[in-house]
Design a binder for this molecule. Sequence first.
Ligand SMILES: [Zn+2]
Length: 473
Amino acid sequence: MTQIEFYDTRTRTRRPFEPLEPGKVGIYTCGPTVYAEQHVGNLRSRLFSDLLKRFLQSEGFEVTHVINITDVGHLVSDADEGEDKMEAAARKAGQTAEEIAAHYTELWRKDGIAVNCQPPEHNPKATEHIAEQIELGQRLEAGGYLYRIEDGIYFDTSKFDRYAELAGLDLEGQAEGARIGVTEGKRNPSDFAVWKFAEEGVQRLQEWDSPWGRGFPGWHLECSAMSVRYLGERFDIHTGGIDLSTVHHTNEVAQSECGYDCHPWVQFWMHNEFLALPGDEKMSKSKGNVKTLNDLIARGIAPLAFRYFFLQAHYRQQQNFTDEAIQAAAKGFKRLQKIALDLESVEGEGDPAVQAPYYERFREALADDLNAPRAMAVVWDVARSDDLAEVDRRDLLRRFDPVLGLELGAPAETAAEEAWETDPRIDDLVAQRTTARQAKDWDTADRIRDELAAEGIEIVDSPEGPRWRRTSE
Ligand SMILES: [Zn+2]
């Protein structure tokens, strides 16, 4: 069997993957800052970590996946300046930071379910792990890595020899090009806040006591502190978007390797590339070009079609997010879904010996640094094969699916058309309207349609018959 190999950002090499503890894999993924709806670019990161987890599970590993929830400390500028994103959103909405966090955490969770991501084993919130973060801060202080300036406690990055290692940073260039407006008193441009003081006279929504004074943790501290809590001082794989590597992940490494005296802290750093919008733009909330899963659903794209779209590109390649590409993916997904569904009605037993080389090609593709497009090519070879018996095609698609998470072969209502809702009362009214129409009783049919419309419910004709959705909420 082909050995699993992954590309590691830190060493810039592909290496055979071996977990620290045989049979078990710990994965940490930087999760959402819950102050706004997540965009499909964030969802790509989530899908990537889910595919990684599913593949490792299919290889027999017991995977512990941690995705954190950032609900404090992420400032508008990643350079420890500006307002806290949570505080800003709460102020704007006239709500508490907890209400904002609860609302967007729920949306994030629902998005994950819609695209069939497995729930993480641990989903810790930064605000519920303040003690762990302070404890790590104290370790760093004892090691002589921290210094105090007016607005907080900072990490002196010049005291950590490997600071530039993860992202291959040019620290001298950074020092020369240091921006004006860099926080006054910082010893090096790359130094970052471990603890920020609450500004005097400004009542923050979220602040805590600490050995250094009242305030709140720096954004990076939570990931170092919470990964240790749930995965131990060293673990196997850390994932996240490539944009996190130069600051956030670099700072996580500094804190963890200095705080817990270990190296390498993480065996494999796996970063996914961006979703690129037409014209090479990066999707970001600050640019206002954000697309969310709900935008796609409103345009008739099923969430699992977005998952299918994601599988068409290697995670380390930029993927073009265009209308055309999404529509093509939606069509391709429907075709595959239909083939799988039709094969589900085939009876009898397949021949494992015939199936083996196909499954091996599928797993080889994923063992090759998670090459999803190549794995999908095998899926399509099987789906369209003239050589394979139908039972073998059926069995192979059934074996691929737990890794792909596409719900192939599941009835449309529970998979591809997941965007449709069900409600016994409304389903019943829609069915009555269909019966009335078949009987050419247009008055009754129209009356039911109007009644539902008054409730904000729209009836839509779909290939599976009339369905309904809420037009307003
Ligand atoms: Zn993180």
